[in-house]
Design a protein around this ligand. Structure first.
Ligand code: NAD
Length: 284
């Protein structure tokens, strides 16, 4: 199947990031979210990041933001993705929300269309099971900023077919990315490991062992990581990190995934990280 148009459901941190990547690679995008206000903010950020990404990654094709704007449709009506060739879903990390979306997508989309689930921890098999096309449901764990990442973690649900994996490989090749394929267990590889890291770093700050800056500097300057664990938590969104830790805790029934109380307190205070302007750090 030829993929030319992609329905991107959810225009938050990841929906925006993936829309930028798709526009750079010539796809038509239909971006769905709950309100015109969210979509307007998403559109402004997408246009800003089209300009910025071309400066950071010189190998990206030169595209004019005005032309890119012609290739994105913004809507609050989910059924408008009905003609899309592929779906990438990025709604809130909440099973009840995702379940409702997939039940509707299954009715709206053509039978041959595959669904790429962008989730931190929710089971791809469980998502597949609420559709009549579990063979065509696959995890696509993009990382932010998507356009700058050469690979993504691709998750095979219990019923994901070989044909779907092949299609996703072809699609990702058009986006100049490679798939790293893993099996479906909560948190997959990336989040099962990285959330332990971010959570323990939050405990370290809560216990006043070190400041956020000192924690992050140790990982960047001593280990050579590009970003520290608390900068990463801010970039992902503290609310998303908390939701993912809760899913991991519930799934494995293992106390190592118990969420640091300070992270919950930050969410209560609206300190969600970069997206709210303040998390462990303040953003200008
Ligand atoms: P976010 O909170 O920034 O955005 C979620 C968006 O979904 C919001 O704009 C919200 O309005 C929208 N939404 C909620 N219900 C909806 C509905 N019924 N219809 C349409 N839109 C709806 O979250 P995010 O960080 O973009 O994460 C999205 C998904 O991607 C989550 O499952 C998350 O675990 C996963 N993920 C996040 C990251 C990251 O770095 N933030 C990385 C990889 C995967």
């Amino acid at each position: 199947m030829n993929i030319t148009s992609v329905g991107v459901i959810g225009g938050g941190v990841m929906g925006r990031s993936i829309a930028v990547d798709l526009l750079f690679h010539g796809f038509q995008v239909v971006l769905v979210d709950l309100s015109g206000e969210i979509l307007d903010a998403a559109f402004q950020e997408i246009m800003r990041n089209i300009r910025f990404s071309a400066l950071v990654k010189k190998s990206l094709p030169l595209i004019n933001p005005e032309e890119a704007a012609q290739n994105i449709q913004l809507t609050t009506v989910l059924s408008e993705v009905g003609q899309c060739d592929f779906i990438i879903e990025n709604v809130t990390e909440d099973w009840a929300v995702k379940e409702g979306i997939y039940r509707k997508l299954d009715e709206i989309c053509r039978p041959e269309v595959c669904f790429g689930v962008n989730t931190s921890c929710i089971s791809i098999t469980k998502v597949g099971s609420v559709t009549g096309r579990s063979g065509q449901v696959i995890g696509m764990h993009f990382m932010n900023p998507a356009v700058l990442k050469p690979s993504i973690e691709v998750i095979k649900g219990y019923y994901t077919s070989e044909a779907t994996i092949q299609l996703v490989n072809q699609f990702l090749a058009l986006m100049e990315k490679e798939a790293i394929i893993v099996e479906d267990l909560p948190g997959f590889v990336s989040n099962r490991v990285s959330h332990l890291f971010m959570n323990e770093a939050a405990f370290v700050v809560m216990d006043q062992v070190a400041s956020p800056e000192a924690v992050d500097r140790i990982f960047k300057q001593c280990y050579g990581h590009k970003m520290g664990p608390l900068e990463t938590a801010d970039l992902i969104g503290i609310d998303t990190v908390v939701k993912s830790l809760d899913v991991l805790y519930e799934s494995y029934q293992d106390s190592k995934f118990r969420c640091c109380p300070m992270l919950r307190k930050m969410v209560d205070a609206g300190r969600l990280g970069k997206k709210s302007g303040q998390g462990f750090y303040v953003y200008g």
